[in-house]
Design a protein around this ligand. Structure first.
Ligand code: HEC
Length: 269
């Protein structure tokens, strides 16, 4: 009897191993294969960024301003009660990524920047002139930094981009128009190909960066002393003095972007 029980137990453990363990191991090793070219991954994350940035600019900054909400480059200062401008939202994402384990670099530059620190230099400045003409992405290997680099046009996709830049006291150009290539996002990664896992890690690092900076904005709002605090929940500024929670915000980003990204991940795998 004892022997039979032992056999039964053994049989089931083998079953468990062959049903759960082995396929798991198979997908593990498949995950180690180099499946994505770096250019492809940088293009994917840049698409996620386009959607996030447009959503933030139009639905939060654009609509929020109509409700009297303020957005400022000095939003982090104690005496300024405001949210981050779109470019600073992006910089927030970039610095959150930098603090994490994924070696992904992100930078927003221009040839006529508001902030002199954002002026393209060297090879990136040359390539940006091309991007301005054909709006096509540029990919190259940066020998000095030893980084694979991709640059994507950053278009004036909302009226808010144009008005704010043209009127800014430090602007170096006052005639931006809707649809202009105002700058480019530069993305960098050290390796020429990524496993499936590394690819997902890049996309997750970007999404986490978005949540981090958005939460920092909501924290700032909670600390408002003199300004009216928008109600944080599942409503958007379009409906009144409201701000979506980080979860609601990220959910919208995912709805708008992930279908394309998913399709990409599935096909390439
Ligand atoms: C309310 C004002 C405001 C709005 C709206 C705005 N920007 Fe900016 N933008 C700025 C400021 C200020 C900076 C500089 C931030 C910094 O210190 O890096 C900046 C930086 C940039 C840069 C980096 C180069 C530079 O000028 O320093 C680009 C490119 C850019 N913005 C494009 C856009 C686009 C495209 C949009 C719309 C999707 C947009 N901006 C919306 C104010 C604004």
């Amino acid at each position: 009897m004892k022997v039979v029980t032992t056999y039964i137990i053994l049989f089931f453990s083998v079953l468990i191993v062959s049903c759960g363990g082995v396929p798991e191991e198979k997908s593990e090793s498949a995950g180690e294969e180099k499946v994505f070219a770096v250019d492809e991954v940088l293009e994917m994350v840049s698409k996620e960024n386009d959607v996030t940035r447009t959503l933030y600019t139009k639905a939060i900054v654009g609509k929020g301003k109509l409700q009297g909400m303020k957005f400022d480059e000095d939003w982090r200062k104690d005496d300024v009660e405001a949210g981050p401008l779109p470019a600073l939202f992006l910089r927030g994402v970039a610095s959150s990524i930098r603090k994490g384990p994924v070696p992904l670099g992100l930078y927003l530059g221009s040839d006529f920047p508001v902030n002199a620190a954002n002026k393209f230099e060297g090879k990136q400045a040359d390539l940006f002139q091309k991007i301005k003409k054909d709006q096509k992405p540029e990919f190259f290997y940066d020998e000095e930094q030893k980084l694979h680099t991709a640059m994507f046009a950053d278009l004036a996709s909302a009226d808010a981009c144009v008005t704010c830049h043209n009127k800014h006291p430090q602007t170096t150009k006052t005639d931006w128009k809707l649809g202009d290539v105002m700058g480019a996002t530069t993305w960098q990664y050290p390796k020429d190909s990524l496993t499936y896992k590394e690819t997902v890690a890049v996309l997750n690092a970007y999404a986490k960066g978005t949540v981090d900076i958005y939460m920092a904005y909501l924290d700032e709002v909670e600390d408002f002393k003199t300004s009216e605090k928008p109600e944080i929940g599942n409503k958007w500024p379009e409906e009144g003095k409201y701000l979506p929670t980080a979860e609601v915000f990220l959910d919208s980003v995912k709805k708008l972007s992930s279908y394309e990204t998913m399709k990409h991940l599935m096909v390439s795998k």
